[in-house]
Design a protein around this ligand. Sequence first.
Ligand SMILES: [Fe+2]
Ligand SMILES: [Fe+2]
Length: 197
Amino acid sequence: MTKNILGLHLPTDPRWVDLASISLEDILTDHAYCEQKAAASCISLIQRYPSKERLVNELSPIVTEEWGHFRQVLAELQKRNLKLGKQRKDEYVNRLLGFQKKGGHEEDRLLDQLLTMALIEARSCERFKRLSEGLNDEYLCGFYRRFMESEAGHYHLFIELAEDYVYKEKVRKRWREWLEYEAHIIKNLELRGDRIH
Ligand SMILES: [Fe+2]
Ligand SMILES: [Fe+2]
């Protein structure tokens, strides 16, 4: 696979997919909540920036799409007689949120929120690629390939939105900082097969 998919600095440890393949109920549960959170985050962005017309128009259909993803994962669990478990604490996302600028100029805060979304999409896409290539089940490989393609599209959209609202050079500079920070998080997170990140 491509070493640094979507610019990510640190590829996922190849052992992760093996761990994930033996915890299907947990990985599907975690995936389901990731999709829910993606939908909820898009709704929050629309609520926070109602005057940004392009953002509102582009993210509205993504809410529907992410919710559709949640329903697909839920259906997959039920088809296999597996249960949607409880939502876990999302260490990866929490650490990313800790890197966001909270005060200062509104433009900087918007930029960080869009780049956080872009990064979660990029890492999810990378993990889905791993699953689509590494699982020993043709059906599931196709299942994850479709998610991979969809989340890659969302990654591009969040970067485009950032470049639409913020000076391009500033976006690139901050994106490099985010990539570096994200690699640091991945490096320090416990490798577990029961979660997407
Ligand atoms: Fe999704
Ligand atoms: Fe997405």
